[in-house]
Design a protein around this ligand. Structure first.
Ligand SMILES: Cc1ncc(COP(=O)(O)O)c(C=O)c1O
Length: 323
């Protein structure tokens, strides 16, 4: 099976993570984990240059998204985000009884107007965006943070594959919350680790609705070890970026339109053509890619950047399917 549908990393995590996990599986697992993730937060503070009291650890960034909404949104409150984007925002806003305000991205995925005007409690910006892979420049993110009425959550799940993070806004703007995950660049999707960076008062609100032991001992151990070996993560990211260029070129040669991607996936489009049959034909060959059955995206496939060999197989299969 070649799995290119959920943006996991095709390469293993740092060997240091695996070693640390091996050492951590001992009698200490009878004990609860640290509810404050103090060691991880101290490590993250050193790596990212943000004070530890501006950092909160989550059970994946998905948990952090849920905590933001649970802490800030009452039924009927507005939550804004440009679409199409990460589908969990809409799901969790609905679960919370919030009212989603969703201005549409134009075809080039530049930031649409109407976000700040929504006067929302929370505004989400997925940056780089999924499924487009496109990046909103930092100056525009800062202008948006200054313009919105409530909290601006910048979801940077894919930022290590691109350039330009909003972390520099944390500490300068009290309403900015930046989310990071260990699931993508650090190859640790199976362990569920995310970090939120923001003003301590904002984080205090999130803590009131968080389970105390939200990260288990092994996840904490793995995250600390991962931050001790940035070189492995960066080497994997460099390989993925090179393969991303090959993938985009290969798709263009097959007649797809591909948006410039700053993430570990690309959005490939055949304008006006429903690509569900192509996704099915690939699945029959044990290649999974993501097709969204929505009016805006049915002519597109989101394809995770796998290994070079996986991408060669995918491109060969697409060529065979088209002919
Ligand atoms: C934009 C975005 N945010 C957050 C997540 C979830 O990350 P995590 O595995 O840390 O919950 C994903 C996962 O695909 C994502 O695409």
């Amino acid at each position: 099976m070649i799995k290119l549908n959920t943006n996991e990393n095709p390469y293993p995590p740092s060997p240091r993570v695996v070693e640390a996990l091996g050492r951590a599986v001992d009698a200490s697992i009878r004990l609860y984990p640290d509810p404050d993730a103090s060691a991880l937060r101290a490590r993250a503070a050193a790596v990212y240059g943000i004070p530890a009291d501006h950092i909160l650890a989550g059970n994946g960034s998905d948990e952090l998204i849920a905590l933001v909404l649970r802490a800030t949104v009452d039924p009927g409150d507005r939550v804004a985000f440009p679409v199409p984007t990460y589908s969990l925002y809409a799901t969790l806003v609905a679960a919370q009884g919030g009212a989603a305000v969703t201005p549409a991205y134009p075809d080039d995925f530049s930031l649409p107007a109407g976000l700040a005007e929504a006067r929302a409690r929370v505004t989400f910006l997925c940056n780089p965006n999924s499924p487009s892979g496109t990046l909103t420049p930092l100056a525009q993110v800062e202008a948006l943070a200054r313009a919105v009425a409530g909290v601006l959550v910048v979801d940077e799940a894919y930022v290590d594959f691109g350039r330009g993070s909003a972390l520099s806004l944390v500490g300068r703007l009290d309403n900015v919350l930046v989310l990071r995950t260990f699931s993508k660049s650090f190859s640790l999707a199976g362990l569920r680790i995310g970090l939120a960076f923001g003003h301590p008062e904002l984080l205090a609100g999130l803590r009131t609705v968080k389970d105390s032991y939200n990260l288990d001992r092994l996840a904490l151990t793995a995250a600390e070890a991962a931050l001790d070996d940035l070189a492995t993560m960066q080497a994997n990211v460099a390989r993925i970026r090179e393969t991303r260029t090959r993938l985009a070129r290969g798709l263009c040669a097959l007649g797809f339109r591909v948006l410039p991607s700053e993430a570990n996936f690309v959005l490939a489009r055949r304008p006006g053509v429903d690509l569900a049959p192509v996704a099915h034909a690939l699945a029959e060959r044990d290649i999974l890619v993501r097709h969204f059955a929505t009016p805006r995206l049915r002519d597109a496939l989101r394809i995770t950047v796998g290994t070079d060999a996986e991408i060669d197989t995918l491109l060969g299969a697409l060529e065979a399917i088209a002919s």
